[in-house]
Design a protein around this ligand. Structure first.
Ligand SMILES: Nc1ncnc2c1ncn2[C@@H]1O[C@H](COP(=O)(O)O)[C@@H](OP(=O)(O)O)[C@H]1O
Ligand SMILES: [Mg+2]
Ligand SMILES: [Mg+2]
Ligand SMILES: [Mg+2]
Length: 354
């Protein structure tokens, strides 16, 4: 196997693993005033901020020249109000505790990481703000969603820690940690917690969050009548009624599987659902690159195809947003074209979607 991006892969896995551990700690202890509502009305918790501090600290030590496009920033943490002060100190405590653990990386000492190293509050806040890079078509950059599916996280359902390396607008490495996803889709009550890792040209695999039982994932060929749809829980994030219409065109009778976060891409990659469809609602929301970068590579490396609703490739080189894309259609390679055709038919019936 080619060793391209071997160090990046190892560091990204260690960082996502660490952030997954942190999110479980937070969930068990989350108290009411530790969640904020952002300007766009979406929630953010101490978990999102501290997970971004942890992952960005690890990335910045291992790859000091790489910029990071992260979802969160410290605007709401740096104020003098009692709320900001309390939130800030919780985030710093959580990140400090998390970074004090073993990372299992050979170069840890050299990079100033691991149990022997401390990080000051201002270093941790600055680490969060390392995520403000504006992106673009040229060069190496990481993109991080420290908690994708914050609403699912708050409900105790699916969420994911999502990290990708983009080089010259192409996703080369993607790591997604899903602490609440069953390791075996056929045993929903069995052990939970999986990580999905994809490297361009090297395939995709699933393992436990600790790294145990790595196994390749591949989208199976679904017999006609066995397909089903994966979609967001939140109707405001993608139109459920449009998906129903597409399902009717495809002759799908099974009800859709609703799941928060990029866990949907993970489910698709292992055949736990045949199509992921995400068509924008009417709010004019533009998709963010951290919500799709690792998931898109995972789908491709698992043998699937991902485009927008018009059949165009997702363009990760236009900054923080997928500015020129419209929705997302992901499916196995024998199904994707049929889904695009059904999307076209459905949208002709139901303007203004496409
Ligand atoms: N109106 C909207 N339309 C589409 N996506 C939206 C949206 N508002 C928020 N989102 C994005 O939807 C993501 C969750 O996707 P899903 O519905 O698949 O769980 C959120 O990620 P975060 O939870 O990281 O903020 C957020 O980026
Ligand atoms: Mg968010
Ligand atoms: Mg997200
Ligand atoms: Mg998020």
């Amino acid at each position: 196997m080619s060793l391209f991006f071997a160090t990046e892969r190892q560091v990204a896995i260690a960082a996502v693993r660490r952030a997954c551990g942190l999110t479980s700690t937070v969930f068990n202890k989350l108290i009411k005033n530790e969640t904020l509502t952002k300007g766009d009305k979406s929630p953010v918790t101490v978990g999102d901020f501290s997970a971004q501090a942890v992952v960005n600290t690890i990335l910045s030590r291992a790859f000091p020249d790489d910029p990071i496009i992260g979802e969160e920033d410290t605007k709401d943490l740096r104020g003098d109000s009692p709320e900001s002060t309390a939130l800030r100190s919780r985030v710093i405590d959580l990140a400090t505790e998390s970074l004090a653990g073993e990372l299992g990386l050979g170069e840890m000492e050299e990079w100033g990481l691991g149990p022997k190293h401390t990080h000051t509050p201002s270093q941790l806040l600055d680490a969060i703000d390392r995520g403000t890079y504006s992106g673009g078509a040229v060069g190496r950059m990481w993109t991080l969603d420290p908690i994708d599916g914050t609403k699912g996280f708050l409900r105790g359902e699916q969420f994911a820690v999502c990290l990708a390396l983009i080089v010259d607008a192409k996703v080369q490495l993607g790591v997604i940690g899903c602490p609440n996803l069953s390791q075996d889709a056929s045993k929903p009550d069995g052990p939970k917690g999986c990580m999905f890792v994809a490297v361009r040209g090297q395939g995709a695999e699933q393992m436990s969050i600790s790294g145990a039982n790595p196994a390749p994932v591949k989208i199976p060929v679904f017999p006609d009548g066995d397909l089903n749809m994966l979609e967001s829980v939140e109707a405001a994030h993608s139109s459920h009624s449009f998906n129903d219409r597409v399902s009717r065109h495809l002759g799908i009778t099974r009800s859709p599987t609703r799941m928060d976060s990029q866990a949907k891409y993970c489910a698709l990659s292992r055949g736990d659902g045949g199509i992921y469809l995400r068509l924008p609602g009417t709010s004019g929301y533009v998709e963010k690159i951290w919500d799709h970068a690792p998931g898109s590579l995972l789908v491709e490396e698992a043998g699937g195809v991902i485009t927008d609703a018009r059949g165009l490739p997702l363009n990760f080189g236009l900054g923080r947003e997928l500015r020129e894309n419209h929705g997302v259609v992901a499916a196995g390679k024998f199904v994707h074209e049929k889904v695009l055709a059904a999307v076209k038919e459905a949208s002709e019936e139901e303007k203004p979607n496409v």
